[in-house]
Design a protein around this ligand. Structure first.
Ligand code: FES
Ligand code: FES
Length: 133
């Protein structure tokens, strides 16, 4: 049911933890299952994401998609980070079972919430970024 890449990221999740003095922090909940995700971003003066960590009370699919999402956004600018959609993350994992697609939204939403937090703190605008609910 799960691809090898999903199993790998579930069993060995990358970038788990917290960042002290993060540039942006985003916490979101999944309305469908009640699971929670928190994303920490360290962003330098050139608006490049230097480091990223996540913590979740979520299912295996949420862990695997967040792990992959953190790998994908690291090194991108805040603007480029918007291309890391849940679809892009699922593709990078060679797919998710249909019933688990909603789990992949947590990572995307948490990244957006963390970017929003960063943008607000620094008085900048990230084009195309919507205010988190
Ligand atoms: Fe149960 Fe996500 S809601 S698997
Ligand atoms: Fe809640 Fe997957 S079941 S995030």
């Amino acid at each position: 049911m799960y691809t090898e890449k999903v199993m790998d990221h579930f069993q060995h999740p990358r970038n788990v933890g917290e960042l002290e003095n993060a540039s942006g922090v985003g916490t979101v909940g999944n309305a469908k299952c009640g699971d929670i995700m928190r994303m920490y971003l360290d962003i330098d003066d050139n608006q490049v994401i230097q480091d990223v960590k996540f913590k979740t009370f979520g299912c295996g699919a949420a862990v695997a998609t967040s792990s992959m999402a953190t790998e994908l956004v690291k090194g991108l600018t805040v603007q480029e980070a918007l291309t890391v959609t849940n679809k892009a993350v699922m593709e990078a994992l060679d797919g998710l079972p249909a019933v688990k697609v909603h789990c992949s939204l947590l990572a995307e939403e948490a990244i957006h919430a963390a970017l929003w937090d960063y943008a607000e703190k620094n008085g900048i605008q990230i084009e195309g970024l919507k205010k988190p609910k």
